[in-house]
Design a protein around this ligand. Structure first.
Ligand SMILES: [Zn+2]
Length: 284
């Protein structure tokens, strides 16, 4: 009898732990930003190894990534506003449509697609078999990224002229307003035209920073660590440090395409680690 009770408790314990783990790794996470509803849509999740890191000392790796791997995701963001539905990046295009549907949005409802940069995990979902996935959308991308990426130019051909090339503004000037309450901010380094988008509604803000980070576990405490897929690792490190400082000082919540679930959270300076930051994921 006693053994059965212990076994039952053990089963219950495993079940409860599994449930908790699931809650920390959902596929969609939404927040309200004024009149906007902004949702992280998870497309893929995996653990990444140390091979991609540039500039991480053995001591830092032992301290911040003791297991030798860190969680890594691919995500896109849906912005629902009174002006219509907007997508920021499109992931690989494998799971996004399914998740949009669960949010009550069809591909045809997307009026605008904002592109942070032209890597495959961000723009592959734009077109399928040479045809636009978001048939009613206009695609917005930075001029510099368009000039740099043959892949982006190829995908945009499916949109038959429905694209708009923009010049993002600097962080210190608050960026370039490209739609009501939507600001494009340059964050070059990861790619030559890498762009962040700041959303503002009723005094609330959220900065979707694209690929400013890939390995939060070490790039928060050590923003100087870059990754091998940064076009210019030194520039990427520099822009990361200034954006983290900006987000922390101005208390602007952030969201990132490779920030693990919930993908959206707050940045604060780490008082015990000068130059380092702490990310706190939103809980509601
Ligand atoms: Zn990426």
């Amino acid at each position: 009898m006693r053994i059965t009770a212990i076994a039952l408790l053990a089963v219950l314990f495993v079940f409860v732990c599994k449930g908790a783990a699931r809650a920390e790794s959902g596929e969609i996470f939404s927040v309200a930003v004024g009149d906007l509803k902004i949702s992280m849509i998870l497309e893929a999740q995996r653990d990444s190894g140390l091979d991609f890191l540039i500039g991480a000392s053995p001591e830092d790796i032992a301290k911040f990534i003791p297991s030798g791997s860190y969680p890594s995701v691919v995500a896109a963001y849906l912005v629902q506003s009174p002006d219509g539905a907007m997508l920021v990046d499109t992931g690989f295009g494998r799971e996004i449509g399914r998740h949009l549907k669960s949010l009550g949005v069809s591909d045809g409802d997307i009026k605008t697609v904002l592109v942070t940069h032209a890597h495959g995990d961000h723009i592959s979902g734009l077109a399928k078999d040479g045809k636009a996935v978001y048939k009613n959308a206009k695609v917005i991308a930075a001029k510099g990224e368009y000039a740099w990426s043959a892949d982006l130019r190829k995908h945009l051909r499916a949109y038959d002229g429905r694209h708009e090339l923009i010049t993002p503004g600097g962080l210190e000037t608050g960026g370039t307003e490209i739609r009501r309450g939507v600001y494009a901010i340059e964050a070059y380094g990861h790619t030559p035209g890498h762009t962040m988008f700041l959303f503002e509604s009723k005094g609330e803000k959220l900065l979707i920073w694209g690929d400013l980070t890939h390995a939060m576990a070490i790039q928060m405490p050590r923003p100087g660590v870059s990754v091998t897929y940064d076009s210019d690792p030194a520039a990427a490190a520099e822009v990361r440090a200034s954006v983290l400082k900006y987000a922390a000082e101005n208390k602007i919540p952030i969201a990132g395409m490779h920030v693990a679930y919930p993908g959206i959270g707050d940045i604060s300076a780490d008082p015990e680690n000068p130059g380092g930051y702490i990310f706190t994921g939103k809980t509601e």
